[in-house]
Design a protein around this ligand. Sequence first.
Ligand SMILES: [Ca+2]
Length: 268
Amino acid sequence: MTHVKFSLLAILGLTSLILSPAPPARADEISDSLGMKFVSIPAGTFAISADLRRAVNLTDYPERRVTITKPFYLGVYEVTQAQWAAVMGNNPSRFKGDLNPVEMVSWDDAASFVAKLNQTLQEGSYRLPTEAEFERALFAGATAANFWGDKPEDVTRYAWYWENADGETHPVGKKEPNPWGLFDVLGNVDEWVSGWDAENYYAEGPRDDPPGAASGRERISRGCSWGDSGCGSFYRETTYPDERNDNFGLRLVFEPDNRKTKRLRLQR
Ligand SMILES: [Ca+2]
């Protein structure tokens, strides 16, 4: 069993050298043996976006503040097809490309990927981001309608969406990152977040580290995709957990095992 695990890790390591995009490393980035890179998102208190308030009918609350109490590592990129295939042994994507984001994955499929990754790599713990974490990371401290400001048309610098994507996904990391170093946080594929959709959740749920509703009928994706016209920070979709589509993908939160963090940290 141990032998199998080490062999798999060796394959994953080689695969990551060949198949990972390689922008300059930031001091606060870490990388796992699969080649997935993560950047630290700072803790802080912020107002959940007007668009999320509208989406969940929180119109009686002109401002609703939540706190992320500790920094967390979020994937710099969407999970790629090469990374998915290295872990799951298959590639369900419609738009094939090793460095393109995996798609045609349901929320349930994403949960299976996370479970297998945790079982295989054992370098720490992987999970989907909560919706509050996604909002924190997406807006990167900005209070404007989008992280770049109030001009919606500037989204074309950061995102692949209907008007510029030629009807398909693109390799991750080709557009500009947001101020906290996240690529394709808008556009390319919609990204699953944890928790269920629930109308009163942000009115009645916890203010600190809200995990998302514990039950419901539909899961949530954020960030718009190649197939969405007029992509922006407002984008939020709710879908049954077993529904696959060529616009659904994911990015992960990684909580490194503290004993291994030093080895995982990238050098400048
Ligand atoms: Ca995306």
